[in-house]
Write a protein that binds this ligand. Structure first.
Ligand code: FE2
Ligand code: FE2
Length: 268
């Protein structure tokens, strides 16, 4: 079974900047390579209506491939992010609806996840991270995401959802998917305050702890616009963002960037 992986498509921004139909190019790639499953690990768009429309359009254009999705922080940018999260569950392939069982005891479990500042650097208080401001830099989630609970509470809610599913499928071959980062290992520490401060908003150590506790085989995430594929702590870890054009792309061609970025893995 072939599983393709991509995150951080940021459809609107990349479409406008490249003047290319990013979703159409993605559909072309999927039709040409026909993976059985295509996992999008968050940040497909910058609000839930656009994200839902993008997912529905893409799934319609590639009926032979099952699209699976977890929300990113950008996908729930709305006056009510909880309602946005619920709206995104209308997409049948949203893993927030529950685990997806595959052949040979494989199961895909996922949720977008959030952050609890457990990746925060020393020297800042909870209140400073919650404000999300370092000098003139502002973390956009503080302006555009509106959850009912604090960041730590929203993280805990997603961890509880995931752990209930992990308990249910303990002992199976589990692929865990979040948008946020599960291990400190994947942060980039630059020793520059304006960068390192925002590592607090990258994810939570708790996701990595869950992955280890339940012996997951593969872990797929996004959010940090850096590409990784390696074995870490015995887990095959994939972070495979498309990222922003042009600063984060290796080519000037949307078609080439999509083709060279998408990661295909096989399970049997
Ligand atoms: Fe992103
Ligand atoms: Fe993100």
């Amino acid at each position: 079974m072939k599983i393709a992986v991509l995150s951080d498509i940021h459809e609107g921004l990349n479409r406008k900047k490249t003047e290319c139909d990013i979703l159409g190019l993605l559909a072309d790639w999927i039709l040409e390579h026909s993976p059985d499953i295509f996992i999008i690990s968050g940040d497909i768009a910058a609000d839930p209506d656009k994200a839902l429309a993008a997912l529905n359009r893409l799934q319609k254009e590639v009926p032979g491939t099952r699209l699976l999705f977890v929300n990113g922080n950008h996908d729930i940018y709305a006056p009510d992010s909880e309602a946005a999260y619920e709206k995104l569950l209308r997409f049948p392939g949203n893993l927030g609806n529950g685990p997806v069982e595959l052949a040979n005891d494989w199961v895909i479990i996922g949720d977008g996840g959030w952050y609890d500042y457990s990746f925060g650097v020393d020297g800042f208080s909870e209140e400073e991270f919650a404000a999300g401001t370092y000098k003139d830099y502002h973390w956009p989630d503080m302006k555009y995401a509106h959850w009912p609970g604090s960041d730590a509470e929203e993280t805990r809610r997603s961890l509880e959802r995931l752990e209930a599913w992990l308990q249910q499928y303990e002992g199976r071959n589990i692929i865990l998917v979040t948008h946020v980062i599960p291990f400190r290992h994947y942060l980039r520490v630059k020793n520059i305050g304006s960068w390192d401060f925002f590592n607090a908003m990258m994810g939570s150590e708790r996701y990595g702890e869950l992955a280890l506790k339940y012996g997951v085989k593969k872990y797929i995430f996004g959010h940090i616009h850096l590409r990784y594929h390696e074995t870490y702590e015995g887990i095959e870890v994939i972070c495979n963002p498309l990222g922003y054009y042009p600063s984060e792309w290796l080519t000037d061609s949307a078609e080439e960037e999509i083709a060279s970025t998408i990661k295909m893995i096989e399970i049997d």
